[in-house]
Design a protein. Structure first.
Length: 378
């Protein structure tokens, strides 16, 4: 009996020692845990424990040159490197450390965004610009249904946002926004970097936007889903004439019917909107040209595409309720937006031309969604 008691006591002691060691590792040997980023009213402090580093720098998207600009960090007590910067303007930023020339993410920051194949820690500065980017009190639901595409020859994954109350009112139907990502993105881009769920939750809760379903497809015709699912990709030559507009046709003739069959969507043009950024802006324009009577709300954002006067005249005849064209004044596609704006004016198509500061960035696309979502289905 004593041997049995001794055995159990030994097991408990070993478990306690392992638990203590785990906590010790977490607290860096009993030292004060590293906090990073630490946001104050007038400053943000970044910290990284790097025992063997010789040079540590900070790189962030708020910097004047976010691609190559860095700030030197100082070695502090217990080899915790740190730097304090003035608090940037309210917005969501990304950053990383450069340790002896190697890019390193912040191990203390659980807020991470995925931009294609890049994972970067996120810094959200509170303020009027970001007030709808945080969590609301009433939350919608994000799901990932699969649909079959005969056009693309595979089953494909969607990201779908349904508003708060969708599950509790089985008789209520909703309008739908089809929201398209840009090159390098996938069906998770608008949810992760665009903060779609948070923006819609907040706008709906405040009564600023109509409750709506938001459908975010994967705009890469060779992908069944985001690469994080490790599904082999299909090689499609998008330059071949037979493959022209494959994805746009799948969107309009396969995804739209799938959503209207499997979700409580209102199947009318007045209850359909389409919007997209960059490549997705081009897809938005193409969808409106190929299927001019499918969507009453059309929102190209920093769009890589245009339309002819004849195509715009067709849209006008179809009775578009809202044409929201947006671009940053420093965007490399701004000239194209200016030309599209001029064409819309020439054809007399009533529209909103929304010009913001900055370039081809998520800070602008979040702003655009937060703006045009308030104008849909009204």
């Amino acid at each position: 009996m004593k041997k049995i008691l001794f055995f159990f006591a030994s097991c408990l002691l070993a478990a306690g020692m392992l638990h203590a060691q785990e906590l010790s590792n977490f607290n860096f040997g009993g030292q004060r845990p590293v906090i990073s980023p630490e946001i104050a009213q007038d400053s943000v402090t970044f910290r990284l424990k790097a025992d063997y580093a010789t040079v540590v720098k900070l790189s962030g998207s708020w910097m004047e040159n976010p691609w190559t600009g860095t700030i030197d960090m100082q070695r502090g007590e217990n080899n915790v490197w740190w730097v304090k910067i003035p608090t940037p303007a309210p917005e969501i930023y990304t950053y990383n450390f450069v340790v002896d020339g190697v890019a390193v993410n912040d191990p203390q920051n659980v807020l991470v965004q995925r931009d294609g194949t890049r994972y970067l820690p996120m810094l959200m500065i509170p303020g009027e610009r970001t007030e709808n980017y945080g969590e609301a009190k009433l939350h919608g639901t994000v799901s990932h249904p699969w649909y079959h595409s005969t056009i693309l020859g595979m089953d494909r994954r969607l990201t779908v946002y349904t508003p708060y109350g969708y599950e509790n009112n089985p008789k209520k139907k909703y309008p739908v926004l089809y929201l398209l990502h840009g090159a390098g993105g996938d069906e998770e881009a608008w949810i992760s970097m665009g903060r779609t769920a948070q923006i819609l939750d907040n706008l709906i809760e405040k009564g600023l936007a109509e409750p709506m379903i938001v459908v975010m497809p994967n705009g890469n015709p060779g992908q069944a889903a985001a690469r994080t699912l490790n599904i082999p990709e299909k090689q499609i030559d998008w330059r071949a004439p037979e493959n022209r507009d494959m994805y746009v046709k799948s969107l309009c003739t396969e995804i739209v019917p799938f959503i209207e069959k499997n979700f409580r969507a209102i199947p009318k043009p007045a209850s359909r909107a389409i919007a997209g950024l960059s490549m997705g802006g081009g897809h938005t324009i193409s969808a409106s040209i190929l299927f001019p009577e499918l969507f009453d709300y059309i929102c190209p954002l920093s769009a890589a595409g245009s339309a002819t006067p004849e195509q715009i005249a067709t849209l006008k005849k179809a009775g578009v309720k809202l044409y929201f064209l947006a671009c940053g004044n420093a965007d490399f596609l701004f000239k194209g937006a200016e030309e599209m704006h001029a064409k819309l004016n020439e054809q007399g198509l009533d529209h909103i031309y929304f010009v913001s500061d900055g370039g081809h960035t998520w800070s602008n696309w979040r702003l655009y969604l937060n703006t045009f979502a308030q104008k849909l289905f009204k």
